[in-house]
Design a protein around this ligand. Structure first.
Ligand code: MRU
Length: 363
């Protein structure tokens, strides 16, 4: 029994900093193949984010931090000016990868602050010959810190959120907000994993999450590995299951949360939240404070990524639709009125979110 509950919080890691470079688990190949690629060029890390080799808001943030660090570490710049110019290019390329997950921009701005500080410190130590190696070390140290903090935040989110779930019953999630998406134990899945670790007896309903199938390929794989009972459903079964399957709560992750609590997450989340309200099911968002974007008053201003039509017309490379016009918003925004609570590493925010999120962000 004890072993089974411990298994619930053991998770495959999507990204690692190693001596040989940034090691990324290629999520495009899951669940069939567990392939890890090692990158020593920041351009390859940027490509890995853009091409969904690594995905999920917090994991994208960790990848961006490691991308910035490896870019500086492996830079051939010989002067501080050269390194500064190269760093700007690195940041611009990483920032251009995906638009919706704010953790990407949060991580870049954190790495930028450390870079600026390290440059100043190097100049103070020696104005004539500032040590670029000291700057390189500071960047690597910070990227590792970002990773470590993400892992700790997931555990805290899990602890805060577990008590919101039933001691025994069914829950639902969307997309993959698990270890693969965060580099820890997950946010939404972190809450579920922690609840199971604490002895809750849960079954998780997992919508497949077309078109990219993060639910079917990644969440189902993660839960199976963790030994947590699940039922895979297609996206169009959500309403029926909420009506007939006695689901106690929905827990999802987030890509960006505006000041009023409006939450961007994987396409399909909004309709789940509306259906949850109709059926009296609690709807929780689990995300680190780095996913808050308090500069945006509401979700209307959140940029929504539009992805390629092929992801809709094809399933795993096989055409399933004729060559017709396609819409492919990769995210939607759930208005905060449908959100029962937002679970962060600093505690749980409830409506009115403008006040509660500001308080959490200021802690
Ligand atoms: O397009 P993806 O796979 O990066 O989208 C991921 C999601 O929408 C997740 O639910 C979100 O990033 C939260 S991850 C903890």
């Amino acid at each position: 029994m004890e072993q089974a509950s411990q298994r619930a919080i053991l998770a495959a890691q999507p990204i690692e900093w190693t001596r040989s470079g940034v090691v990324v688990l290629d999520q495009r190949q899951l669940p069939e193949h567990e392939v890890r690629n090692t990158y020593t060029d920041y351009k390859h890390v940027a490509r890995a984010i853009r091409d969904m080799e690594i995905r999920g808001a917090p994991a994208i943030g960790v990848a961006a931090a490691m991308g910035a660090a490896i870019g500086v570490q492996r830079s051939l710049a010989r002067t501080l000016d050269e390194l500064r110019a190269e760093f700007e290019t690195i940041c611009a390329e990483l920032a251009a990868t995906r638009p919706t997950a704010v953790d990407l921009f949060w991580a870049i701005s954190r790495m930028r602050a450390v870079f600026v500080q390290a440059c100043q410190a190097a100049l103070v130590r020696s104005a004539l010959a500032p040590s670029l190696d000291d700057i390189r070390s500071a960047m690597v140290h910070e990227a590792q810190l970002v990773h470590r903090e993400k892992r700790e935040h997931d555990l805290a989110i899990g602890c805060h959120g577990a008590s919101l779930l039933p001691r025994s019953g069914r829950v639902m999630t969307q997309c993959n907000a698990g270890a693969l998406a965060t580099a820890g134990i997950g946010t939404a899945l972190g809450v579920i994993r922690m609840a199971v670790f604490e002895g809750h007896d849960l079954e998780v309903f997992v919508p497949e999450t077309r078109p990219y199938l993060q639910g079917a390929r990644l969440t189902a794989w993660e839960l199976q590995q963790a030994g947590i009972p699940l039922k895979l459903i297609t996206d169009n079964m959500v309403g029926h299951c909420l009506k007939t399957e006695d689901i106690a709560a929905i827990v999802v992750g987030a890509d960006r949360i505006a000041a009023n609590g409006d939450t961007a997450n994987k396409i399909g989340t909004y309709q789940m939240a509306v259906l949850a309200r109709e059926h009296g099911v609690a709807f929780y968002v689990a995300a680190p404070v780095s996913t808050l974007d308090l500069s945006l008053p509401s979700g209307d201003a959140i940029p929504i990524e539009e992805r390629s039509p092929e992801e809709v017309t094809h399933v795993r490379g096989v055409r399933v639709a004729p060559d017709v016009p396609v819409a492919h918003p990769a995210f939607d925004v759930t208005p905060s009125q449908f959100i029962t609570a937002i679970i962060t590493e600093r505690g749980i925010a409830r409506s009115p979110y403008t006040d509660s999120l500001e308080k959490l962000a200021g802690k």
